[in-house]
Ligand binder design. Structure first.
Ligand code: FCB
Length: 495
């Protein structure tokens, strides 16, 4: 199956660093550049404003206080896997600078902070008892946030699988789902008295496609059968962990919201040709409906099952799995960066690739792009959110990640006047306001990211932060976009 269907994180080395301002000279102007401010003004005063990060991307301290390797530690050591040979060993050193980092969040005026818990810190090796020293860090973080008036939103898994579990088969191995539920229990037992929203997984489709199919992410495997099994076992892990947390919360009398975060990629056909519509159907199936349908309807989409079967692959579902996966959730997190226009033909006109699989080719629309070469398409985001609200109703929606990398140019004081990033964020928050007007139950927005950080296969070169991190001195400097975000939050809250 062609991996161009996966919207995030193209192979390393493909970025050119071209940054253009939405509405600027290059490409077609982004649709809502002008009215964004008015649209944002229609958001309710109790709309939740947040920022997001993940453990491996910011913490550093990879060998401290009992933490053991995750698949990302191992992957970073593989020659050529990461641009510039970067590694997450120090990252933003958040592990040692956490109180000052939370103080910056408070200055911006965040309601909520989305971060992830490092499984190999809490349960080294992925089995057995909790590592108290690892949990101590998250305990302090949760208290620091609450003491600053910021709600903690931990995600249990943001891609840093303990290496020992990968050695035992990783997500394609069904046992990993059971290990995940045990780990969730350890986290809950320490933090469950203060955490009121638990998110199980971040973007399982990226782990599926990039980790197990194209291999550009850890653990770097390249098998469609492994990818299909990884998708199913992540969802099963979500369901088992969710059930475990519900049980523990009922015993403790502590209600909480259960959430999962998906990256949903909208796709559009390049032309009206049937093969282009087919490419869109396959992409939507493999990236979006493969996750949404079992969560909402307790079944995998027939067409995706048939696409996989055509390549000799079966999703390893056992009796009862889909009921576990499809148990009700209380919130859906949606991550969005860009959508794709697809063609079902290769440049030479053929509809099958060298392996006999149908072609899905990403065709740029000539829109302005971020430094990731991702086209800026807030109107497609509004359509996507509206569609989720209509086709998968009944669960409050939160944009748990959205933001942009640009080639920042700090001045002599380290200040970055990133009007491009602020405009991107404004246009995408405006898209949220549009989708709300169309009926989608959107309740919050988290900018990706609070800090410049380790951007997976791209290393430190791609900067998504609203706060600049100088990776030589580790000094933090809020950018113009952080100031803009703080003002926007104040304005909406106070209207
Ligand atoms: C998302 C990831 C996040 C970050 C952004 C840019 O897919 O969840 O960790 O890398 O992309």
């Amino acid at each position: 199956m062609d991996t161009t269907v996966a919207p995030d994180h193209a192979a390393p080395g493909s970025g050119t660093g071209s940054a253009t301002v939405p509405g600027g000279a290059a490409g077609t102007p982004a649709p809502f550049a002008e009215p964004s401010e008015q649209l944002i003004g229609t958001l309710p005063t109790d709309f939740l404003w947040g920022s997001a990060t993940s453990a491996y991307q910011i913490e550093g301290a990879v060998a401290e206080d009992g933490r053991t390797d995750s698949v990302w530690d191992t992957f970073c050591r593989k020659p050529g896997a990461i641009d510039n040979g970067d590694v997450g060993d120090t990252a933003c050193d958040h592990y040692h600078r956490m109180p000052a980092d939370v103080a910056l969040m408070r200055e911006i005026g965040l309601d909520v902070y989305r971060f992830s818990l490092a499984w190999p810190r809490i349960q080294p090796g992925g089995r057995g008892p909790a590592n108290d020293r690892g949990l101590d860090f998250y305990d302090r973080l949760v208290d620091e946030l609450l003491g600053s008036g910021i709600e903690p939103w931990p995600t249990l898994f943001h891609w840093d699988l303990p290496q020992e579990l990968e050695d035992a088969g990783g997500w394609p191995n069904r046992d990993t789902a059971y290990r995940f539920a045990d780990y969730a229990e350890l986290a809950y037992r320490r933090l469950g008295d203060r955490v009121t929203t638990w998110t199980t997984l971040n973007e399982p489709s990226v782990v599926t496609t990039h980790g197990y199919l194209s291999g550009v992410h850890a653990p770097g495997r390249t098998s469609l059968a492994d990818a299909a099994a990884a998708a199913h076992h992540q969802l099963l892990g979500h369901g088992l962990a969710g059930a475990r947390l519900r049980e523990l919360a009922a015993q403790a009398g502590n209600p909480f919201q259960l959430a999962i975060t998906l990256n949903l990629g909208p796709a559009t056909p390049e032309t009206d040709a049937p093969e282009d519509h087919e490419a869109v159907r396959r992409a939507d199936g493999f990236n979006n409906r493969l996750y949404m349908d079992p969560l909402w309807h307790q079944r995998y989409p027939d067409d995706v099952v048939a696409d996989l079967a055509a390549q000799g692959v079966r999703i390893p579902v056992l009796d009862g799995d889909l009921a576990v996966i499809g148990a009700p959730i209380d919130a859906l997190g949606i991550n969005f960066y860009f959508g794709m226009q697809l063609s079902g033909r290769a440049e030479d006109g053929s509809i099958l690739d060298a392996n006999g699989a149908p072609v899905s080719r990403h065709v740029l629309q000539g829109l302005p792009q971020t430094a990731m070469d991702w086209e800026i398409m807030p109107a497609d985001f509004a359509k996507l959110l509206t569609r989720v609200g209509r086709e998968y109703p009944g669960v409050p929606l939160y944009v748990t990640e959205n933001g942009a990398a640009f080639a920042d140019k700090p001045d002599e004081n380290g200040f970055v006047h990133d009007v491009d990033r602020a405009a991107y964020i404004a246009d995408h928050i405006a898209a949220v306001a549009v989708a709300r007007q169309e009926g989608a139950d959107l309740r919050g927005y988290f900018v990706w990211s609070m800090f410049d950080n380790f951007e997976w296969a791209y290393g430190y070169d791609k900067r998504f932060g609203i706060v600049r991190v100088d990776f030589d001195t580790l000094q933090r400097t809020p950018k113009h976009s952080a100031q803009w975000y703080a003002e926007t939050i104040r304005r909406v809250r106070g209207h």
